[in-house]
Design a binder for this molecule. Sequence first.
Ligand code: ACO
Length: 433
Amino acid sequence: MNKTVTITDNSTGKSIECPIMEGTHGEPVIDTRALSKELGMFTFDPAFVTTASCKSAITFIDGDRGILLHRGYPIEQLAEKSSYLEVCYLLLNGELPTQQQMDTFTFSIRRLSILHEGLLSFFNGFQHNAHPMAMLAGVVAGMSSYYHEEMDIYNPAHRDMCAIRLIGKMPTIAAKSFRYLLGRPYVYPQHNLGYVENFFNMMFYLPNREMPMNPTAVKALEIMLILHADHEQNASTSTVRLAGSSQANPYACVAAGIATLWGPAHGGANEAVINMLQEIGDVKNIPAYIELVKDKNNPTRLMGFGHRVYKNFDPRATIIRTACHQLLGELDASGEQQPMFEIAMELERIALEDEYFIERKLYPNVDFYSGIILSALGIPTKMFTVLFAVARTAGWIAQWKEMIEDPDMKIGRPRQLYIGAAQRDYVPVAQRL
Ligand code: ACO
């Protein structure tokens, strides 16, 4: 028997049966689409806390059990055994690639990693101290002005081309924005380097200096990219989908996703965590800071703690915590990052024992540690969210592609509960009191 939920309007006695839909995993959802037609009502769900906005076969999260699967594969296995580009392929195509498919994919990404010289000149219009997220959003939106001949969203080959172009060029744009801030010359992508090595080279190469490539650093960044590659219908991904539902081009949609990611409640959290750790400055200041974030009269939050979906632990935080220990052990010979890491560890310990955090199920999220890893890799704080955007490009574009390929795609259009003034007549200015 098909399961349903009965919704009755007590004022009229009219009822409708709403079907219950079941996915592969996770909570069932109530199909409320008949509500407005049959009862003349909408659902009220600010911030979409209990709304499934789409069907998706890409990523599954069980927030209570700390599970994250991409196309069915657990994040722990992908972080240990896969590479970022292989995860990109998986997200985009649904299956792990054969060797030949992977070689072709990698070749295309490398081939399209270079920027049109005209796009490079966009950077000159930015302030010398602009936030690199502003540059990233602007330049990615600007890509639509260069590749419009291969931008027919209903052409599958064009969609694939847009995906490869975005994944290929994102690290180049990110590295260029970093070098622009420092006034350093642009470094072209190298075809003989892996995705992560190439990124490091574009970021840090100087003609007058040796550029050693540390395998531990490369592995740490690879893990960090894998962990951030997709996270189902989060704020930036939902933004990409909403923008895409109007049939806007994918570069514009991803630029909208970048803008959304920028906020400190989302991708900006990794930057905010480092600022917070620096503000705390010493382990002895932690108790006072904990009191501050618990104070309801103060808007300060413990950055890197809490998640809309994970109410037990964030599996990405567990993986990245281990990577963080390894990296600091091997790279941080000078111990430069150690005090910050010690403050983070102590903050985590105290917060996890505190009733306030236990009651509200607030656990460290991935960004609590990712900032420390990025700092240890020599990446400046302003670039943290940019790195998150580089990684999340795969998820954004895979989700956008899935939506366009869905025959039921419609423009996204939420409704509202209007609480403004009732209808009234216009009053000429001379008659207003
Ligand atoms: N520090 C202190 N208190 C918090 C925190 C925090 N980090 N997060 C939530 N709370 C409290 C709230 O004040 C609220 O308390 P109340 O019930 O007494 O009013 C309760 O916990 C529930 O909080 P909500 O804001 O309703 O939780 P929501 O699910 O909407 O928010 C969010 C999730 C935005 C991530 C929030 O936990 C937060 O602001 N965290 C800090 C920022 C952060 O780390 N963001 C990264 C998210 S992960 C990512 O994007 C990769």
